[in-house]
Write a protein that binds this ligand. Structure first.
Ligand SMILES: Nc1nc2c(c(=O)[nH]1)N[C@H]1C(S)=C(S)[C@@H](COP(=O)(O)O)O[C@H]1N2
Ligand SMILES: [Mo]
Length: 440
């Protein structure tokens, strides 16, 4: 991948304070045009970068470019991550990857999206880090250091697709609360670790086991040390799949801190919220795991289709399992200009949760006709699949290129946003990019 230059704070502010405030602090234009001042969380984040609390910050108009930042060459990015990520929230950090940067078959670690629900642990000591396996359905309780995991079990590397259940949320109408992910809360990187299954079997799984639940070392946003940020899991059958990993490495290096260093669960095909970061404990449960964000409306969708905006009773919600079929166009970048009558490659990736993608199509005529793309097999089960096709635009003008994947059960991506649900999960609509042909 071509490494793009990181955007400095000054460069951002040169484009105007409204845009800069939005990109740096996640402030919505509507918010500050209404109030005229930055929110307290934006002021806090800005203060961190300026090196101190902004005294009288509440008096600072939102369209004022802070002098201390305007002339700064300091680069703004999430620690350990590329400045090319689009930051949606800084408390906690949430950032997505623009689709054209996901062109590689294996997603580079520094552009892999970040979805934090709390505050990542600090002062991590790899040599004393411990993973404990326990629970009602564990034969015994055992703890392992990372060195013990490495020496005791076989090591495996799998390319695993991780997609946030809320990827695509920004398209739902009425809008759903939460990070307004567009397309880039997804990636497929090479994870190395031991099989979750091997470790569970080493501890002993009782025959009444139903689910596993993870616990991580991140801290609750409230600051309350007793509050668990998120603790989700999967049914025991999913946990016993060969590709489920307890991983310490991403693309052959340490996992970036934001993505779960030094140890995380990686379970492909399901919402990435089941892949616990900063992993310290796994409980083998005799019932469906009941940790925070397993119940209510979190990572759940209605059991039946509902009209947009419907208030759905909690008992009518079900846990999201395998993710739906989806694809991304990673080349060209949206807005591309093609000069003259020539054919060019359109390419990307497609994935289908626990299933595989069987067919891949693109359309240049708003879905009237579809051309079949060449489609590769996944690197391994639960990895996304690369596709490509040569495209020719028949005459000068504006086009949209749409992509549509079909899974191994014959289900295709919808062309419009699928079933509305209260929290805006599972938007797997076709990816559309803009493209112009200009004859010179
Ligand atoms: N401990 C812990 N694990 C976590 C989370 C978290 O906030 N804390 N977020 C989950 C969610 S909702 C997603 S989408 C993925 C994101 O993984 P990434 O940040 O490495 O892309 O991690 C999951 N695991
Ligand atoms: Mo997520």
């Amino acid at each position: 991948m071509k490494k793009k230059k990181k955007v400095g704070v000054r460069e951002l502010y040169n484009k105007g304070s409204v845009k800069a405030n939005k990109e740096l602090w996640g402030e919505q234009e509507s918010d500050f045009s209404r109030r005229g001042f930055l929110s307290s969380s934006a002021l806090l984040a800005m203060g961190t970068l300026l090196g101190g609390k902004i005294v009288f910050g509440e008096n600072m108009p939102s369209d004022l470019i802070p002098s201390g930042l305007k002339d700064s060459d300091k680069e703004f990015s999430i620690p350990g991550k590329s400045g090319d990520l689009i930051i949606l929230n800084d408390k906690p950090w949430n950032a997505e990857t623009p689709p054209h940067l996901l062109d590689d078959k294996v997603t580079p670690s520094d552009i892999m999206f970040v979805r934090n629900n709390g505050v990542p642990p600090e002062n991590i000591n790899v040599s004393t880090w411990k993973l404990t396996i326990e629970g009602e359905s564990a034969e015994t309780t055992k703890s392992y250091t990372i060195a013990e995991l490495k020496s005791k079990f076989n090591q495996y590397t799998y390319n695993l697709t991780l997609e946030c259940g809320g990827n695509g949320r920004s398209e739902f109408n009425p809008a759903a609360k939460g990070n307004q992910w567009t397309l880039g809360a997804v990636g497929c990187s090479a994870w190395t670790g031991v099989r979750l299954k091997d470790v569970l079997e080493d501890v002993g799984v009782k025959s009444n086991a139903v689910y596993i639940g993870y616990y991580g070392a991140d801290k609750h946003l409230s600051g309350d040390p007793n509050k668990v940020v998120i603790s989700r899991g999967v049914p025991i059958a999913k946990a016993m799949e060969e590709e489920g990993l307890i991983a310490w490495s991403l693309n052959g290096e340490d996992i970036p801190v934001m993505n779960g260093y030094p140890l995380r669960l990686v379970i492909g095909g399901w919402p990435a919220s089941v892949s616990g970061k900063w992993l310290t404990k796994i409980a083998i449960r005799d019932k469906v795991h009941d940790g925070p964000k397993m119940d209510g409306y979190s990572y759940r969708v209605p059991k039946y289709p509902v009209a947009p905006g419907t208030k759905v009773p909690e008992e009518d919600m079900k846990i999201i399992e395998s993710m739906p079929v989806k694809s991304l166009i990673t080349f060209p970048k949206t807005g591309a200009i093609v000069k003259g009558n020539r054919s060019f490659e359109v390419r990307g990736h497609a994935w289908a949760g626990d299933l595989t993608v069987n067919e891949m199509y693109v359309s240049i005529d708003f879905g009237a006709t579809w051309k079949k793309c060449s489609l590769e097999k996944p690197a391994n089960r639960l990895a996304w699949q690369h596709w490509k096709i040569q495209v020719n635009l028949p005459e000068e003008g504006y086009y949209e290129i749409w992509s549509k994947a079909v899974d191994s059960e014959g289900k295709a991506q919808p062309l419009i946003v699928p079933g509305w649900n209260p929290k805006g999960y599972l938007n797997n609509a076709s990816h559309r990019i803009a493209c112009k042909r200009i004859d010179v």
